[in-house]
Design a protein. Structure first.
Length: 491
């Protein structure tokens, strides 16, 4: 071990409920009953922790490769540490009892392709104490563009044809990144046969039995299907497909998305989807205004593959300062999105101009369209049934919504979309996007998880005194605040 290199001794504060009995040799039991456990393992690398599970690398002190770090998993419910005997590369995913990671082929061929140059996906189940080698190699190694998505049952990830030394999507080359699914309940592994640029939240979305993918036709020399998927005569588009995990059927929805940022282009939920289709990419006037400059909303029924053009132009980009946060949302027959006032031709929020992006509600089953008369974006967090959190712009609405005397920034609001008339409640506070409230200069959502909870008619969140014009909101420290839908947000 290099002197001074490994200075941190892993110590976890927890309550151990019980110790395991007969365990494999690679598992070490730690003394039960202690509040602070010294695991006796040294590392200078990050520790991943979720619930009662922690994962961390421990470099070896001897052997042929003395400084190759090996992944260890600690389970606080049993007090056990397991050395998985594998070198983890940069990306690691944890959810519930699962630890999913790409393991580097340091000393052996893990995917059976005859070389030792790959990063191969493994799944460790802490409840079953089982380690599963999926024998599939990453397309991008430790790149953040090749993440792992999980919907509670299925893992979605991409496999590199070149790394795997296999042709996986039948386009007669081996340069693609092809999406695979692994069902952690049944152990079933599925190749969708569809190539994407990378698996990130937005290019691949899971909804029950459906996986919806933004599939590349073959832009440049990158990953793609190497053919025209949208029917416009070129191979430069990203086209939406639906994969049915029950039947393995692939449905080409034949709608092209923006190349960038296509992650804002579609949302799915409860067996239906909303898709923002750019006229330029589709090569057609979709809303009948005699140009190809718009982005037009389409509604998709995933079970039938039917795509319906609503002929509604929506704001994905535009003059609004909220454009970067604009999202689509579909939820139990409700679709929420923004439209530009310039397209509608009216001042919808009463601020004296027609330059804003205004939220609209579409009831997908009836086609009823209703304006919320509010310049706002959908807050990027989980929503509950019929309830959505909004970031409401003071500047775009021309109002001081939190009473600090200025019209700068956004205020959190809670929208109730479930009734005949949508209601929006102004909390009168700016929600912090960092769990410690330290996000004064934050423009984009922080990577730090939001300290926020929404349940029925109540939302609880952290407010930073600094972003509230340095107002003293309490006498001691930053606290959480909450609101309910008893009052209507100012128009």
């Amino acid at each position: 071990m290099q002197p001074g290199k490994l200075a941190l001794l892993v110590t976890l504060c927890c309550s151990v409920l019980n110790t395991g009995s007969a365990v494999p040799q690679s598992i070490t039991s730690v003394r039960a009953g202690a509040a602070n456990l010294n695991l006796g393992l040294a590392t200078d690398q990050p520790i991943w922790q979720l619930g009662t599970t922690a994962a961390f690398n421990v470099p070896e002190s001897g052997g042929a490769n003395p400084f190759d770090p090996l992944l260890h998993v600690f389970d606080a419910t049993t007090g056990e540490v397991r050395n998985l005997g594998l070198t983890r590369v940069a990306h690691l995913f944890m959810n519930g009892r699962l630890v999913v990671f790409w393991a580097s082929e340091v000393s052996r061929d893990l995917n059976g392709d005859g070389d030792m140059f790959d990063n191969v996906l493994h799944v460790y189940d802490t409840a079953r104490r089982s380690l599963t080698n999926l024998r599939l190699a990453s397309a991008f190694g430790d790149s953040t563009t090749d993440t792992i998505l999980f919907d509670g049952q299925r893992l979605a990830f991409s496999v590199g044809e070149e790394s795997q030394n296999q042709e996986l999507n039948r386009d007669r080359d081996q340069v693609d990144s092809v999406v695979h699914l692994f069902d952690v309940v049944t152990g079933r592994l599925q190749n969708t046969g569809l190539a994407v640029f990378g698996v990130v939240d937005g290019t691949v979305v899971q909804d029950g039995r459906w996986t919806v993918l933004a599939v590349s036709e073959g832009v440049g020399s990158g990953s793609g299907q190497s053919r025209d998927l949208s029917g416009d005569g070129d191979v430069t588009d990203v086209v939406l497909h639906a994969f049915d995990t029950a039947t393995r059927r692939v449905t080409n929805l034949r709608v092209a998305l923006n190349f960038l940022p296509f992650q804002f282009g579609f949302r799915v939920g409860n067996g239906e989807g909303l898709v923002a289709v750019p006229e330029a990419e589709q090569g057609a006037d979709l809303n009948g205004d005699q140009d190809l400059n718009d982005v037009v909303l389409h509604n998709v029924d995933l079970s039938s593959g039917r795509v319906r053009n609503t002929r509604i132009g929506i704001a994905v980009d535009g003059d609004s300062s909220l454009a970067v946060f604009t999202r689509l949302l579909v939820q139990e027959g409700l679709g929420l999105f923004s439209r530009l006032e310039t397209e509608v031709g009216r001042d919808l929020n009463g601020d004296g101009d027609k330059n804003d992006a205004i939220l609209h509600l579409l009831r997908t089953r009836t086609g009823q369209l209703r304006s919320l008369n509010l310049a706002a974006s959908i807050f990027p967090t989980e929503s509950s049934s019929g309830r959505v959190l909004l970031d409401v712009s003071e500047q775009d609405n021309g109002k001081d919504l939190n009473g600090d005397g200025v019209q700068v920034g956004t205020v959190l609001a809670l929208a109730d979309l479930s009734g005949n008339e949508p209601r929006v409640v102004n909390t009168g506070r700016r929600a912090s996007r960092a769990s410690n409230g330290d996000d004064v200069t934050t423009t984009f959502p922080s990577a730090d998880p939001f300290a926020l909870q929404i349940q029925d008619d109540r939302v609880t969140f952290i407010v930073s005194e600094a972003v509230e014009s340095n107002r003293d909101l309490n006498a001691m420290a930053t606290r959480t605040t909450s609101c309910c839908t008893s009052q209507i947000c100012p128009p």
